[in-house]
Design a binder for this molecule. Structure first.
Ligand code: G3I
Length: 389
């Protein structure tokens, strides 16, 4: 738990004054921080800039849309990528490698290879891991979606999967996205799409949390979704559900907002207020999949104004999290455009991450770094003051 929080309004403007340059790997300290007793290398790292106990994470590219691309597996084959992954981040989230279709490809057969490799990498690099995900309507294997199972069998399958996967990584996963995207935009449960809710009823969600908690009592268990950054029908549905589950003693520990943002739309202005209301329920909150896409001009390169606006969105999302007491996990959905899911899903859009395809830092990277340093300095100052009184 961090002792103080920052005033976000002051921070939100800082990105606009950042230099609109993209800088290579050996960047100098951000302006205003030259006097701090850190080496240049350390200054260049998001993880070193973060306040104590605040984790800055990224998705680890692999599986999913990467399988359709003409490059080899990023995590195992791209040395520069791996280097930055270890140096820059203190938290990692398998992008696809822990999803059902990857980790449980056939009934009764698990494939832990890719997930184990990420968990081992995280340990070597002193990183925490966010597990993603256990109960979802998407990326389920065919044997499960097309299988002819009775309700009792399905329930046993889910229980066994959660017990096996969560149990295998017990003590090694900081936060699990137990239930992913269970509501639609109107705040209704995805009863038709989600095999578990459709076949077993809404009560299965609470059971998933209970089984995950039994398998790893220390892991923090989350609801995770997109388009829930603002206070809206969908986030209201989570608010009501988590309140009910907490009242029943179900081990729900967190609510996380994915934050796949776009410059087509305004920044979700009630993000901080929304996180705060879940915080007041006693839950941890987190930003788990932040990226900010944009419509690319004909030459495929973002304009300076677009990069500036993107930096502002990244910074405002980070500031909102920093401002809320138990929002201690901030993850971007990939750190380089080289491996981003965005151009694959959204035609004509891209440049959604904080580094170009050549790992050149964008203004958004600098905005995150300087915001983290400011938060760290403010906390250190506060701690010193506390000591005097
Ligand atoms: O369904 C086909 C399958 O039939 C085919 O065999 C396979 C082989 O290429 O492709 C399959 O679909 C791919 C899917 O992953 C499953 O592997 C899609 O084309 C591919 O685009 C998809 O990408 C992943 C996506 O989740 C799937 O929903 C992305 O890599 C991954 O970044 C993305 O991540 C999600 C989070 O988990 C949850 N929140 C939203 C976020 C962005 O969509």
């Amino acid at each position: 738990m961090r002792p103080i929080r920052l005033v976000t309004a002051a921070l939100a403007t800082a990105a606009l004054s950042l230099p609109l340059v993209v800088t290579p790997a050996t960047a100098a300290p951000p302006s205003g921080h030259q006097a701090a007793p850190h080496s240049n290398a350390k200054f260049d790292r998001l993880r070193s800039a973060a306040p104590d106990g605040f984790h800055v994470g990224t998705a680890v590219a692999g599986g999913g849309h990467h399988l359709e691309q003409d490059y080899p597996d990023p995590f195992t084959s791209d040395r520069e990528y791996r280097k930055l992954l270890g140096k820059q981040f203190s938290s990692v989230s398998p992008e696809n490698q822990m999803k059902w279709e990857f980790i449980h490809p056939e009934q009764g057969r698990y494939d832990f290879g890719a997930a184990d490799a990420i968990v081992d990498f995280a340990k070597r690099n002193k990183q925490v891991v966010r597990g993603h995900t256990l109960l979802w309507h998407s990326q389920n294997p065919e044997w499960l979606e097309e299988g002819d199972f009775s309700k009792e069998e399905l329930r046993a399958i889910l229980r066994e999967h959660i017990t096996t996967v969560v149990g295998r990584y017990a003590g090694k996963i900081q936060q699990w996205d137990v239930a992913n995207e269970i509501f639609d935009e109107q705040g209704n449960l995805r009863t038709e799409e989600n095999i578990w809710i459709r076949e077993l009823g809404p009560g299965i969600v609470a059971d998933a949390f209970r089984w995950a908690h039994q398998a790893d009592p220390k892991a923090k268990l989350f609801f995770n979704d997109f388009n829930v950054e603002d206070i809206n029908a969908k986030s209201d549905a989570y608010y009501e559900l988590t309140r009910e589950l907490l009242a029943q003693g179900v081990p729900v520990h967190g609510f996380s907002v994915q934050s796949h943002l776009s410059l087509r739309y305004g920044f979700p202005g009630s993000l901080e207020e929304n996180l705060r209301r879940f915080d007041k329920l006693g839950l941890e909150t987190a930003i788990t999949e932040l990226d900010v896409r944009m419509d690319l001009p004909a030459n495929g390169k973002p304009t300076k104004a677009q990069l500036r606006q993107q930096a502002d969105y990244y910074q405002r999302a980070l500031s909102a999290c920093l401002a809320v007491e138990d929002c201690n996990s901030f993850t971007i959905w990939g750190f380089t455009d080289k491996y981003s899911w965005v151009p694959v899903f959204f035609e004509g859009e891209g440049s959604a991450t904080v580094m170009t395809e050549d790992f050149v830092r964008k203004p958004a990277f600098h905005a995150l770094k300087s915001t983290l340093w400011d938060a760290k300095k403010a906390e250190e100052k506060d701690r010193k003051k506390g000591r005097k009184h």
